[in-house]
Each structure stands twice: as C-alpha cells, then as structure tokens.
Write a protein that binds this ligand. Structure first.
Ligand SMILES: [Zn+2]
Ligand SMILES: [Zn+2]
Length: 154
C-alpha cells in the first residue's frame, strides 16, 4: 500500500479552494484509483470499488474522477476508442503511449525530446500550454504476443 497522505493533502486543498464538499467517499475513490493498474475506465474503477466492499455510488465515482483530473492527481486519456481512460500521475513519470490497434495493448514510453517541440509550437502559436496528448497507433511486431481482440467477430 502506497502512502497516499500527500495525495490526500493535494485533494483536500483542491476541494476546499473550489468550495467542494469534503466527503470520505471522495477519498475512498482516490485511494482505489491510485491502486489501479495503469489505464482504467470509470466503470472498471467502479467495479474495483464494489469488490473492495466500499459503498460509493456510480455518480460519486464519475464526478470524483473529474475532480481528480482537475487537480492533476489523475490524467484523462483517449486511446482512439472514445472510451475515456484514466491513470494516476501522482508521483509518476510523465510519459506517452503506443497503442496496438490489433490487440489493444498500450505501451508507455518517455522521450524528453518531445517536450521542447511542444514548447516551441506553443510559443510560435502564441498559445498557453495546459496539456497535450501524444499517442502512436500501430501494431505489435511480435505476433506471438499480439492477439486480435475481435478475431471471432469478423
Ligand atoms: Zn500511461
Ligand atoms: Zn498487439
């Protein structure tokens, strides 16, 4: 179990500043979210919360996720299937993603060469940076580890 105290402090401050209610349920959602494996959807998180026998409504899970994105403890991703995925960015290294369109696996990479390019584009476009998303879509070259997810459907 990670020490989530720092994350709790960040969230408490954020909720207070935004005049949001500070409820134990919101912190339970945060704790489970930080324990999730890499990228997860809201429904997967909700299922995990149910499995942990925590009594939180689906609506609370959804709106807490949005708050956690706003205070930058989580980041929201879209990997091309129009299902919002979340992942913790609390004490995690900044990274981007390769997405296999055959098996759906998502690989993370960090290449700091990208960051000056983003800065340059923003400066040149007189644009105030808030966030960015960079996904590379393709196919695993190692076919023994790449199984088409919807092979039986077509
Ligand atoms: Zn990731
Ligand atoms: Zn693959």
């Amino acid at each position: 179990m990670k020490d989530n105290k720092k994350a709790h402090d960040i969230f408490t401050k954020f909720l207070k500043n935004g005049k949001n209610r500070i409820t134990p349920e919101r912190f339970q959602v945060l704790d489970v979210a930080l324990e999730m494996e890499e990228h997860f959807g809201a429904d997967e998180l909700y299922l995990q919360i149910k499995m942990n026998k925590i009594n939180v409504s689906r609506a609370t899970v959804y709106n807490t996720l949005e708050l956690l994105v706003q205070c930058k403890l989580l980041v929201k991703r879209n990997f091309g299937d129009n299902i919002a995925k979340y992942e913790s960015c609390f004490e995690r290294k900044r990274h981007d993603h390769l997405v296999c369109t055959d098996c759906g696996k998502i690989f993370e990479f960090t290449d700091t060469d990208i960051y000056p390019i983003i800065d340059k584009i923003c400066t040149e476009s007189n644009f105030e940076f808030n966030n960015y998303s960079f996904n590379i879509f393709g196919k695993c070259k190692d076919k023994s580890n790449c199984t088409k997810q919807n092979e039986n459907l077509d």
